[in-house]
Write a protein that binds this ligand. Structure first.
Ligand SMILES: Cc1ncc(COP(=O)(O)O)c(C=O)c1O
Length: 491
């Protein structure tokens, strides 16, 4: 196995490297110039000078080395495999990055008159049409800044629609126990009571259970397909029928749409509202690491409820339309994170319909290949070993000791690879959730499986020792890191 171990030095703070009087600039020696610049501070008016900033004093080379070293200590998908299931960081093609950071994009301002930004507005309009085609929805609002915000928008729309159609007393949302935590959180934030739907023994939701839990209080159900176990739900149509029959609406958590691209559409399955995580399906940055996007789409009957603005095409060209009659209102400024939306558009246009189909084929193939390369004794499948997975696979770490998933996750860092997601979904004991994505070559998948298998073998024969050993920071106390939380602001 190749060694991908990263830099693991202990980098001091700039303030610790600082020495009084050391500077990173130099004044020109030409006397005609230096007479003017001898004392650069003299150019700054007295009233604007500060003398108590306590800034580090360093040479240019020290600063350069400091930031280069920090960059080497960081892990990214551009450095190694990053199979963090569910919130996957996909490789973002460089061509999208280049276009999104072009001067034209950087120079545009959201308050510019629409007539001066027709090009980018037409791109957003076309992006909306593409998302409608991909999902089978009627309209999308692009503005929501992450999957979770798309979810909130979706359940707020359900609430408002029902209130205006005699369903104001409906106060319950059904959410399967395998759902991402943002589902119950969004439903609760929108004022609903969350009703948990237990998954069946095979990891899938039973329509009969949904029917049993539905009533005149049901506003809708949030359903993730394929679910967070990587399994396509076997009774999607029956579940949608059961909720609709009870008078509720169906919400599709589209975070896992990368498994279905070009093959199946939530609109055709019976869903009323959809959000997409652009980072995961269309290779854009993730909201958690900076600006993100989680557009929300709806069927025709809900189109007027979308968050504003939406992009409109009229006789005089494209514009941002704030005038939807029944809108739940704005959730984010202007059209949202425009450079993220642009990247998604480029990705869709570069691949085209057949390329997007290849994405889902490759993502599913890679997930199943990696899963099947794991030692089934060490990493038993969470559910139904006989069923193929979609874009990700969830296994348990066979371990008598609690914490064995965390041990595996820390040990793989020592080999210079990122760990899978651990302890999610919550219904799986000692869970590892592995999503390689469509971009990894076969050899990398082999190496990753070999790494996991060899770590387990060492746990089993007691030779692993404390992990991680080769990282800049050793094993952190994760509870202490977030609880108690001590935040300090330095000015
Ligand atoms: C299944 C599922 N739903 C919802 C979300 C929330 O999306 P975001 O992290 O963009 O808010 C995620 C995270 O990627 C997810 O995996």
């Amino acid at each position: 196995m190749r060694n991908y171990v990263q830099a693991s030095w202990d980098e001091p703070l700039l303030n610790e490297l600082s020495r009084p009087g050391r500077v990173g600039n130099s004044v020109p020696s030409d006397p005609t110039i230096s007479s003017r610049f001898k004392d650069p501070q003299s150019l700054i008016p007295q009233s604007m000078r500060r003398d108590s900033l306590n800034l580090p004093e360093l040479s240019e080379l020290q600063v350069l080395r400091h930031f280069n070293r920090l960059s080497q200590m960081n892990f990214s998908v551009e450095l190694g495999m990053y199979p963090l299931g569910s919130c996957t960081m996909k490789y973002n093609p460089k061509v999208s990055e280049m276009i999104a950071s072009s001067d034209a994009m950087k120079g545009a301002h959201p308050l510019q008159p629409a007539g001066t930004v027709q090009g980018i507005l037409s791109i957003f309009y076309d992006l909306e049409r593409a998302l409608c085609e991909i999902t089978g929805m009627h309209r999308f609002s692009l503005s929501t800044a992450a999957g979770a915000q798309g979810e909130l928008a979706g359940v707020l729309m359900i609430r408002k629609y029902l209130a205006e159609h005699g369903g104001g007393a409906r106060d319950e949302i059904l959410v399967p126990d395998s759902a991402h935590g943002t589902n119950p959180a969004s439903a609760a934030m929108a004022g609903f009571k969350v009703v948990k739907v237990p998954s069946g023994a095979n990891g899938q939701v039973k329509a009969s259970k949904v029917q049993e839990l539905s009533s005149e209080r049901t506003a809708g159900m949030m359903f993730t397909v394929p679910n967070t176990l990587g399994l396509f739900e076997g009774e999607v149509k029956e579940v949608c029928d059961a909720v609709h029959a009870a008078g509720g609406l169906m919400y599709y958590d589209g975070a896992n749409m990368n498994a279905l691209l070009g093959r199946a559409r939530p609109g055709d399955m019976g869903f009323d509202v959809v959000h997409l995580n652009l980072h995961k399906t269309f290779a854009t940055p993730h909201g958690g690491g900076g600006p993100g996007a989680g557009p929300v789409g709806v069927t025709r009957k809900l189109a007027d409820y979308l968050p504003v603005p939406v992009v409109a095409k009229g006789k005089t060209g494209y514009s941002l339309d704030y005038g939807l009659r029944r809108s739940i209102g704005p959730l984010k400024g202007f059209v949202g994170n425009s450079a993220v939306l642009l990247r998604a558009y480029i990705y869709i246009r570069l691949l085209g319909a057949s390329g997007l189909k290849d994405v889902s084929s490759m993502a599913v193939l890679a997930a199943n290949y990696l899963w099947k390369s794991l030692d089934p004794e060490a990493f038993p499948a969470s559910h139904e070993a006989g069923l193929f997975r979609k874009h990700e696979a969830v296994v348990s770490v066979k371990g008598e000791l609690p914490g064995s998933a965390m041990t595996v996750a820390k040990a793989i860092l020592d080999l210079g690879m990122h760990s899978p997601t651990v302890y999610f979904p919550l219904i799986v004991h000692e869970a590892l959730m592995i999503e390689p994505t469509e971009s990894e070559p076969e050899e990398m998948l082999d190496e990753y499986a070999e790494a996991l298998n060899s770590i387990y073998a060492k746990i089993k024969d007691g030779t692993l020792g404390p992990v991680p050993k080769n990282t800049s920071v050793g094993k952190v106390d994760e509870v202490k890191a977030s609880h108690p939380l001590t935040l300090r602001v330095h000015w």
